[in-house]
Design a protein around this ligand. Structure first.
Ligand SMILES: Cc1ncc(C[n+]2csc(CCOP(=O)(O)OP(=O)(O)O)c2C)c(N)n1
Ligand code: SF4
Length: 283
């Protein structure tokens, strides 16, 4: 079995002490080591934000992309080499705001990648402005009287757009988060895991204390993860917040469906026909 330490780099993350990102960072290392994955078997791709620095502090292949753009990068990496385990780190602003369009189409496309959204209900890196998932009572520099818009419901969105694995984790519940990431990675197709991630510096309403009193383990209550309608209903609960697997479907993944990818990874294919002469014409 690989060791959690195999995924460490020389530097230690500079996230604020107590930030929920530490929980997600530890959970991913634990998941990879329990799945006996090696750093060279994996790619961790991020957008921009506090979460976006994840690949700096995680030893595997990695790429930190533009704001809102980790999903197209990750889908490209997976399509080129579908033997790689591709995990996407995104923020609520990055994924549901700037990258919202990519998010809905990734759900439809069903490429076999795992998306982990660090949902802290604000724009952490740029000092706490309100984000697409900020609740209406959230006050910040850009919402001094609270937020006028309705918050995005990430799980209802991914369920509606055809995601085949939909879950919600909590950075303050490590054993469950590890279980969810493992299940998401084992699932063949697009896995969306929205993670409640306290931003201890700027978000003073979605604190560990507040979340601890709201979250409950959905799967311990006998939820049927094949029941899409029930999952959609559960995704609407707001006061008590279910965490766990909401939905598991079995539509073929993009790689299983695509005739070009069925046999082998694109990186292993011989160019057919050989277009190198043609390409040289452009240099
Ligand atoms: C195209 C573009 N727009 C805006 C920014 C400025 N910006 C950097 S990080 C960020 C918000 C990040 O918030 P979120 O995605 O929720 O991540 P967090 O920092 O909370 O992890 C913004 C607006 C940018 N870098 N690029
Ligand atoms: S600003 Fe918030 S999200 Fe960013 S590192 Fe600090 S606590 Fe974490």
């Amino acid at each position: 079995m690989t060791d959690m330490k195999d995924f460490n780099v020389a530097e230690f993350p500079t996230w604020c002490p107590g930030c929920g990102n530490f929980g997600i960072w530890t959970a991913l290392k634990k998941t990879f080591s329990e799945m006996d994955l090696k750093p060279e078997d994996c790619a961790v791709i991020s957008g921009v934000g506090c979460h976006g620095k994840f690949p700096y502090w995680f030893r595997s292949y990695g790429f930190s992309g533009l704001h809102g753009r980790p999903l197209p990068l990750a889908q490209g990496a997976k399509i080129a080499n579908h033997k790689l385990n591709v995990v996407v780190m995104s923020g609520d602003g990055d994924c549901y705001g700037e990258g919202g369009n990519h998010f809905i189409h990734a759900c439809r496309r069903n490429v076999d990648i795992t998306l982990i959204v660090h949902n802290n209900g604000n724009y952490g890196l740029t000092t706490g402005q309100y984000s697409p998932t900020s609740r209406q009572e959230y006050k910040s520099k850009t919402s001094p009287f609270g937020v006028e818009e309705l918050p995005v419901n990430p799980l209802m969105t991914s369920l509606t757009m055809g995601a085949t694995f939909v879950a919600r984790g909590y950075a303050g519940n490590m054993p469950l988060l590890v279980e969810l990431i493992k299940k998401g990675m084992q699932h063949k197709g697009f896995a969306h895991i929205d993670v409640l991630q306290p931003c201890v510096t700027f978000n003073k309403i979605d604190t560990y204390e507040a979340l601890n009193s709201r979250v409950y383990d959905l799967n311990k209550e006998g939820h049927d993860t094949k029941d899409w309608k029930k999952a959609f209903e559960k995704a609407q609960e707001n006061e008590r917040m279910p965490i766990g697997v909401f939905y598991e479907g079995d539509r073929p993944s993009f790689e299983q469906w695509s005739p070009q990818l069925k046999e082998t990874a694109l990186v292993e294919k011989k160019l057919q026909p050989d277009v190198r002469d043609l390409l040289e014409g452009f240099y």
